[in-house]
Design a binder for this molecule. Sequence first.
Ligand code: NCD
Ligand code: ZN
Length: 344
Amino acid sequence: MKHLTLRRPDDWHVHLRDGEMLQRVLPDTAKRFARAIVMPNLKPPVRTTADAQAYRERILAALPSGMSFDPLMTLYLTDRTSADDILLAKASGCVHGIKYYPAGATTNSDAGLTRIQLGDDAFAAMQACGMPLLIHGEVTDPSVDVFDREAVFIERYLIPLMQRFPRLKIVLEHITTQQAADFVAQAPANLAATITPHHLLYNRNALFRGGLRPHHYCLPVLKRETHRLALLRAATSGNPKFFLGTDSAPHPRHDKESACGCAGIYSAHAAIELYAEAFEQADALSRLEDFASHFGADFYELPYNQEHITLVQQTRHLPDTWPAGDETLVPLRAGEAVHWQLVD
Ligand code: NCD
Ligand code: ZN
């Protein structure tokens, strides 16, 4: 049986939610990852350092005893975020990034920036103090085709932003296109990108296999096969600008299976295992450790984790659903199999 041991990885983009859902999903992440960049799109959003500190305490309180996990907090950039808010966040040591959602771009993004220029004071402060900006890179212009929203964002907003703030550290989150992979690869070292397991393993056909598949719907939406292959090449290239970020985004089943189903795929239950599948597909398992355990830490200027994890190539069948408090959660690969297992 094939084994793979790696330095314990980190998840540089995850949604842990709050309350009962947090309770349900946190152990899945904490079992695999030592640290995670925790997204701030709660309702209401995590806007201030005090909000982030309180949320961090709730996460730590939800951690089963005996498990260790370090939540790296983020703030939600709004039209009202000031330079002082950024400096306070930096000084706290608890906040590791500021998340920019264009208002209306994705789940719980209504409080995001209504115009990117309204972020300029905050961007200047981030550039000055070395606080990374984490970008949901999709335009919200309804006249732009949904599959083109990332590529258009790069041209319309990211390139001008990088010209205005050339030393700002930026993570283009959950990239989904060849255009994004190419753009990040040729950009200066202060631009990096996270890549999800689902964008490495699935193309947009997965949304329509035998009928409409709401559990494969996320934003940015899955793209065509050429883009998946470009992402797989980027992730396995050994280029330190590309690192692991699951974008695991749990939702109650009834919100997904609805006349207007929400975006988000839950993958934390098998995250590193799914990345192993993708890397194996590209015959690049030897590159997984850098992608999962080194390059993100380098970008965020954090030390490497000291423990290791072991994966074994073995099939596990997943149930169709899991209870999550009073709700039901449908994980990625529900009713199907995952082909690597974490050794406890
Ligand atoms: C995320 C969520 O559900 O919070 N959904 C998603 O499809 N990725 C929001 C986000 O990261 O865009
Ligand atoms: Zn996300």
